[in-house]
Design a protein around this ligand. Structure first.
Ligand SMILES: [Zn+2]
Length: 220
């Protein structure tokens, strides 16, 4: 099957790309610049495409940063508090309706390329904390709408939607995913901060998976 993958440059979407290729699918990667402060992930996504010889495109949605104001990922005046994800950190790092917007563009790309499906790296959150637009209900609803938004149905794949992050890391390890090329930290520095929700989530998942993160020794 031919699949457009939303590739952020993080572990989940990078593993998704490797996972789909291992299953024999041919993959086109879309990376979105929506004004995120953790811009290093854009460079990581480009390196991953180069390393895997994956055709790709970076889509500029920076004009949306004005629309998305008031959250820590796109509004640089909002600070990211250190600590594990909870309702408050989730709220401040939520880019409103991000996955529906990104999937809409990816579905359009799939239609224009004559591809069959789009895929995104949604997975189950730690301790019940998760973004609404990563839930199984959201993925299923997007799959339904993608089936009827063009004359030819497009499928929305979210193979990790019920997986914990540690499951993704174990799968990534089996697939030989180059963890050192991936990026998770929400702060806009060159090395991971080690304290934000996504850094702590990443290190806890590596610990659960019984593996070590090549980026863990580089924290600020
Ligand atoms: Zn961090």
């Amino acid at each position: 099957m031919k699949v457009v993958v939303i590739l952020s440059g993080g572990i989940d979407s990078t593993t998704l790309l490797y996972h789909l290729k291992a299953e024999g699918h041919s993959v086109f990667a879309l990376t979105f610049d929506y004004g995120q402060r953790h811009r290093k992930e854009l460079r990581c996504a480009a390196s991953i495409c180069q390393a895997t010889n994956t055709p790709n495109q970076k889509v500029c949605l920076t004009a949306l940063a004005d629309v998305f104001g008031g959250n820590a990922l796109t509004d640089h005046s909002v600070t990211i508090q250190p600590g594990r994800y909870d309702e408050q950190t989730l709220a401040v790092t939520t880019v409103p309706n991000r996955n529906m917007i990104l999937l809409s563009v990816a579905i359009g790309k799939a239609v224009s390329l004559g591809y069959h499906a789009v895929a995104f790296g949604a997975h189950a959150g730690a301790e019940g904390h998760m973004y609404a637009d990563c839930s199984p209900a959201f993925a299923a609803a997007m799959n339904q709408v993608a089936a009827v938004c063009d004359r030819r149905p497009i499928e929305v794949l979210a193979p990790f939607v019920n997986w914990k992050k540690a499951d993704i890391i174990r799968r990534a390890s089996e697939l030989g995913v180059p963890f050192e090329l991936t990026w998770s930290c929400y702060q806009g520095e060159d090395v991971p901060c080690g304290r934000c929700g996504t850094c702590l989530d990443r290190s806890a998942a590596f610990e659960d998976a019984g593996l070590s993160d090549p980026l863990s020794g580089q924290t600020t």
